[in-house]
Ligand binder design. Structure first.
Ligand code: 6PG
Length: 260
């Protein structure tokens, strides 16, 4: 990537920091509600891809609360997933199960609007069926977490999947459950808005490394390669995950350092 472009994209990322995981969930849930409503207002619908893992659970539970959930016309929302573990939907490690418990079972979204990755199927079957359901329209909002190795969705550092160019693909995670299905970087970077949710001290050095790679225009880690082309990129960090970022990074974004 051209250094200037890389630097510009680094500047285009919006960094939102707040004290704790709970306050990040509050801030991000409000952001999601506003972004979904804006998409419906502008385009009549919202294609929303949910993140898996553990961090976003609190965001989903907050979004399911009536004061936010009732601001969204869920009949106009299509739910997709950034990735899934190849396990049945009732498995405790299923991302679909987590999102169903925390959000989807608590809001009035038609079942046909939820396009889960069929974790119970063979990888090739799950990939083909999900690719067909995802289609080629851009996603309006993609939510992502970040692993402490800098992975996003199930795109892992130095993996073939990172540069495959495929919209949907099987991948092998170094951490169990190993077999995954994931969207590709192209799908992420065609999204209108991407929001990364990263909390906890264990990720602080990786967050700093990722933002440095972006700012210097040499993105290597998967999270550094998240750069929506013409779209918005937002990072939601708690103080612990932002601990190795100096204040200037926030000031450069024209943001108050601590977003309440
Ligand atoms: C998954 C996620 C994965 C997750 C990161 C962060 O299936 O595990 O899609 O990309 O977002 O591993 O996970 P935590 O939020 O649990 O730290």
């Amino acid at each position: 990537m051209d250094a200037r472009l890389g630097a510009a994209r680094a500047e285009s990322a919006r960094l939102h920091r707040s004290p704790s995981g709970a306050s990040v969930a509050e801030l991000a849930a409000r952001f999601v509600a506003i972004t979904v409503a804006r998409s419906i207002e502008e385009r009549g619908a919202c294609r929303l891809a949910l993140a898996g893992g553990s961090t976003p659970r609190a965001l989903y539970e907050r979004l399911a609360a009536p004061d936010l959930a009732d601001t969204i016309d869920w009949a106009r929302v299509s739910i997709f997933f950034g990735d899934e573990r190849l396990v049945p939907p009732e498995d405790p490690s299923s991302n679909y199960r987590m999102t169903r418990e925390a959000l989807l079972a608590r809001v009035r979204i038609p079942a046909e609007n939820v396009h889960r990755i069929e974790g119970e199927a063979q990888a090739a079957v799950a990939v083909a069926r999900y690719a067909a359901r995802l289609g080629s329209l851009p996603l309006d909002l993609v939510l992502l977490g970040m692993g402490d190795d800098g992975h996003v969705a199930s795109l892992f550092p130095a993996s073939a999947e990172l540069t495959s160019g495929l919209a949907v693909q099987a991948s092998y995670a170094p951490i169990a459950p190993h077999e995954r299905v994931t969207i590709g970087l192209g799908v992420i970077n065609r999204a209108r808005v991407v929001a990364l949710l990263v909390t906890g001290a264990a990720k602080a050095s990786r967050v700093a490394q990722v933002l440095t790679e972006r700012r210097e225009g040499r993105p290597a880690l998967p999270a550094a390669r998240v750069a929506p082309d013409g779209g918005e990129l937002h990072w939601f960090l708690d103080d612990a995950a932002a601990a190795e970022l100096d204040a200037s990074v926030f000031e450069a974004q024209g943001l108050k350092e601590r977003v309440s």
